[in-house]
Design a binder for this molecule. Structure first.
Ligand code: ZN
Length: 149
């Protein structure tokens, strides 16, 4: 039986259960005009069915020059997805459209912009996943570990 809940249904569930803290399920990742994330390790609490990630670009350069996103895949998929994303271009957020290897991704953001995504981790096996920026040339250094417990 699937443990996946539509986001709207989960929201109702959380409202109905005020004892559940959402803090360990929400993560802010800052990026700037360099090739780094403010955090390279994200580990949602075991109680999280969904995770919220906000990417916030605190730099000045536009997306076309120094855009960043946050893409989550299995470790063995990340280089192939990053390569496939190049052909999607900036308009496609450098993420291959409809690619099932992509577990979640934000849009590409430039200076002063942010994007927030919410996605289910209920169906993910416990273990380490890889998040990375798929902007061409960034993924070899802009990456981190997302741990599902
Ligand atoms: Zn980047």
């Amino acid at each position: 039986m699937s443990r996946f809940f539509p986001v709207t249904a989960l929201g109702v569930l959380l409202v109905a259960a005020p004892g559940i803290s959402r803090a360990a399920c929400e993560f802010d990742v800052e990026v700037g005009d360099g090739l780094s994330y403010s955090t390279t390790s994200i580990a949602p609490d075991a109680s999280c069915d969904t995770v919220t990630v906000t990417i916030r670009h605190t730099g000045n350069l536009p997306a076309a020059a120094m855009g960043h996103n946050w893409v989550l895949t299995r470790p063995e998929d990340f280089q192939a997805v990053a390569n496939a994303g190049m052909s999607a271009g900036l308009d496609g957020d450098y993420v291959p459209a409809g690619d099932e290897r992509v577990i979640a991704n934000t849009e590409i953001v430039g200076g002063g912009e942010s994007d927030t995504i919410e996605f289910s981790i209920a169906d993910l096996d416990a273990g380490e996943y890889t998040f990375f920026c798929s902007f061409p040339g960034h993924w070899s250094v802009m990456k981190g570990t997302f741990t599902v417990s």
